[in-house]
Design a protein around this ligand. Sequence first.
Ligand code: ZN
Length: 447
Amino acid sequence: MPVQSHAATSQIKIILDGQELNLPNEVEVVNARNNIMIPIRVVAENLKFNVNWDQKTQNINIQQGSKAIALTVGKQEATVGNSSVSLNMAPQIIKNTVVVPIRFVSEGMGLKVDWNNKEKIVTLASTTSPPSSPANGSQNDSITNLVHEINYLNNQLVVSLDREVTPVITTLKNPDRIVVDFPSTNFGNMSQPVPVESMGKLDTGYIPNLTEVRYSLFKNDPAQVRIVIELNNVSSVNYNQQYDAGKFILDLKMVNDPTPATPIGGSSKKIVVIDPGHGGSDPGTTSITNRYEKQFNLALALKVQAILLQEPEIEVVMTRETDVYPTRPERVKLANDLNADVFVSIHGNSVSSAPQVTGTETFYYQRANSKELANIVHKHLVKAMGLKDRGVKNGSLEVIRETTMPAVLLEVGFLSNKSDEEAMMSESVQTKAAQAIVDGIKEYLKL
Ligand code: ZN
C-alpha cells in the first residue's frame, strides 16, 4: 500500500561544512533521477532545522530563524517565504518515510549545495556564518573527551566520561525523542560495543516509556558522540542534568499519555479488531493482474474472522465485512471506543515500478506493546506466506498511530509481484495466513 517509489537508494554521502554526516543505519537517502531525497528526520536531526509534518494535510513546514519553506507530498509546487517556486521532484512517501529534495530544502534554508554525481556526494555549506560548533565557547575543540560507558536506568541516562562535558540537548517530536550531543567527544575504552559506522543500541530491556536508547559517533572531526533517547506514549518530558564524579546524568521526568480505562461491566473476552484495508470507493493498489487490493484484504480478513469466531476467549469485531469504505478515523474510533485489546489492519503492498520486489512486512507505530505484537504476528505470518522476510518496521500510519491499543498493519505480500500475488490470491495460502495471524494474536494475548 504505502510504497510508491520510482527511486533507487545508493551510497550517498552528505557533507555539511566539511564534516560527513553519520546518518542512522535505517535512514535511506534516495537518488531519484539525480534528485537527492532525504527523510525529514535527517532534516530535523542532522541539519537541525525545525520540521513540522502534518499527516492529514501532507504538508511539510521547515523553519529556522526567519527562513521558512513549505512543501506538500506529491506536489511540485512549494513556497519559500512568500513566493511560490516549482520543484524538480515533489516530496514523496517512501517506505512510510517522508522524503524531501535536499537541494531545495538546503538552498531554501540558506545553505550552498553542490552535487558530485560521479562520487555521489552532496556538499552543504553555510554561506552566512562559519559552522557553529555545538561546543559552547568555553570548551577547547582540540581536546577530545572520551565516553567509557552509557547506561539507562530508572529514567536516568548515565554517561561515564573522562572529564566534564556539557552536551547540547534537543527534544524532537514524532517520534518523541531527546537527542544528547557531546561535543569534542569520542568513544573511549567502552564497556559495551562501540558503533563504528552505525548506531549502537543499549540493551535496556522493557521500560514502559522508552522505545530505545541508541548511540553513535555522529561526526568524526571534531568527534561528536550522539545519544538518542526515543520515548513512547509520553505526553511531555522534563529533564535535569548534572555532572558528578565522572558521570553525566540526565534525569528524565515523563508525563504519560492517559491510559484508557477498562470497560465497566464488559465481558472478560479479549476484543480483537480486524481491519481489512481500503474498500468501496477506495480500491487500494491494483495487482499485476489488475485485481484490487481491497478484495484481497477483505478475503483474508474474513478468514481471520471465521477462525477467531471459534475462539471462546476472543470477541472479534470487523471494521468492514463487505465492499464498503469506512474512513480511517472511523476505523480508529471504532477500535478506541471498544477499548479493544488488539488491532490488526490487513493490506497488500505494491511497487509498480519494481515488480521484482517481494516479501512480507509488518508495521507498528512506536508503542512497545505494538512492537511486541508486530514481532509475534510477523513471525507467524512470514512462516505461513513463505515469502521474503522484510522485517518489522516502525511506520507512522494513521490506523496504527491513532489507535490506543497494541496495533499492527500487515503488508502480507506485494500485489505488484507475480508470484507474491499468485500466493496472496490463493485460497489455501489465505487460509494458512489467516491461521498464522490468529496464532500470532493468541500468542500475544497469552491465550
Ligand atoms: Zn493498502
